[in-house]
Design a protein around this ligand. Structure first.
Ligand code: FES
Length: 108
């Protein structure tokens, strides 16, 4: 198996409805994980990226959270409709989808 150039992490952590922190899972991130896996598979991009579901990685209220390494680009509020654009623009063309990138102020 060739070493993938990028790693796409998708938070699939789920908390109970009404939990004060919310969660990516309650915003359908497990389905989003499958969307990314299918997009990579359908386009035959196994050398370009590997897709992994994770537990909570921090900014829960802005989820679903998707992170792409090695650039450490954090996407927020990602939906299934964004998957093809992220894969084509970021994974294939090397250009992050700016409209979905988490604002720098979050890290203050
Ligand atoms: S639940 Fe997804 S970042 Fe916390």
């Amino acid at each position: 198996m060739p070493k993938p150039k990028r790693h796409i992490l998708i938070c699939t952590n789920t908390r109970p409805p009404g939990h004060p922190r919310g969660s990516c899972g309650e915003k359908r991130s497990p389905e989003l994980l499958m969307n990314f896996m299918m997009e990579i598979e359908n386009k035959g991009l196994f050398q370009e990226a590997i897709v992994t579901g994770t537990q909570c990685i921090g900014p829960c209220g802005m989820g679903p959270i998707v992170v792409v390494y090695p650039e450490a680009v954090w996407y927020r509020g990602v939906t299934g409709e964004d998957v093809a654009e992220i894969v084509q623009s970021h994974i294939v063309d090397g250009k992050p989808v700016e409209r979905l990138v988490m604002p720098e102020e979050v890290w203050g």
